[in-house]
Design a protein around this ligand. Structure first.
Ligand SMILES: C[S@@+](CC[C@H](N)C(=O)[O-])C[C@H]1O[C@@H](n2cnc3c(N)ncnc32)[C@H](O)[C@@H]1O
Length: 181
């Protein structure tokens, strides 16, 4: 747990900070599969991220509550990684709440885009991501579509020039590192 986060902090975004949202109860997907694993997972998260003091804000909460709270704070992020609940409706709500928190030019990454294909459409993220992307056409540039979907939030101006932001390059570089790592 915290593997992706640690990867971003140590290998890619030196000097940056990160906000992590997790209920640490496994969610409906029963991540960890066994209730006894959950405290272990949370301790592993703490241990992995203790390497980055002062750079990690941990919000133990449902994503809905935490994202709404961040919205009220006026928080803005360069990169948002969506990998909480994996059922369609949770991913849809997470996407809707997270998008306004993303800076113009920022990068959104949805994990498990192609995941759970043996499951029903309601129990996997793909349809929610497709719906969201379609609903934001004109504001979104797809950079990568595979097991993860990576997109950049664009204003019409930057879209016309086809500019690729620094953050986009870094997110793509991270993805390549994860593949070989
Ligand atoms: C697939 S894991 C994420 C792994 C993480 N990306 C990492 O670095 O290892 C999914 C996590 O989302 C959490 N989760 C599931 N549904 C959630 C929800 N509605 N709100 C917040 N967290 C949720 C689970 O507790 C679990 O830890």
């Amino acid at each position: 747990m915290g593997r992706e986060v640690g990867n971003f902090l140590s290998r890619i975004f030196l000097g940056t900070s990160i906000t992590c949202i997790d209920t640490f109860d496994g969610g409906q997907d029963d991540y960890g599969h066994n209730a006894a694993d959950l405290p272990v997972i949370e301790r592993r998260f703490e241990a992995n991220l203790s390497l980055y003091p002062g750079r990690v804000r941990k919000l133990t909460s449902t994503s809905t509550k935490a994202l709404a709270g961040l919205g009220e704070e006026g928080a803005q992020f360069d990169l948002i990684y969506i990998d909480g609940g994996h059922d369609r409706d949770t991913v849809h709500v997470d996407s809707l709440l997270a998008w306004p928190l993303l800076k113009d030019g920022g990068i959104a990454i949805w994990d498990d885009y192609e995941g759970g294909r043996s499951d029903t459409i309601e129990r996997r993220p793909e349809e929610a991501i497709n719906l969201f992307v379609a609903s934001r056409r004109g504001q979104i540039e797809i950079l990568h579509r595979n097991y993860q979907l990576i997109a950049r939030k664009v204003s019409d101006g930057s879209r016309k020039t086809g500019m690729r932001s620094y953050m986009a390059e870094m997110a793509l570089r991270s993805l390549r590192l994860r593949r070989v790592g």
